[in-house]
Design a protein around this ligand. Sequence first.
Ligand SMILES: [Zn+2]
Length: 85
Amino acid sequence: MTRRQQATENTLGYVTGTRRVTVYLADEQGIDVGGCKYAIVCDEHGDLWGANTRADAEDLMRHPDEWCLPCETAKYGDRSRQATA
Ligand SMILES: [Zn+2]
């Protein structure tokens, strides 16, 4: 656990979450996700993504491997290394 992850454990802006990913209202958490309403946070790696609708946020929440690089690497292997080999 990093300091940053501990800081997001309060319920301010909390919308929903799974075992690995939490969705927050970006404004209430003070998270900058390019002006998006929702911030999707990988609890394991601390990577962030933004969404403007709750439906999008919930979809992204179920697929952290599509926006969290460490999750993607864990699922698919290191694609950048394969590409340059
Ligand atoms: Zn991750």
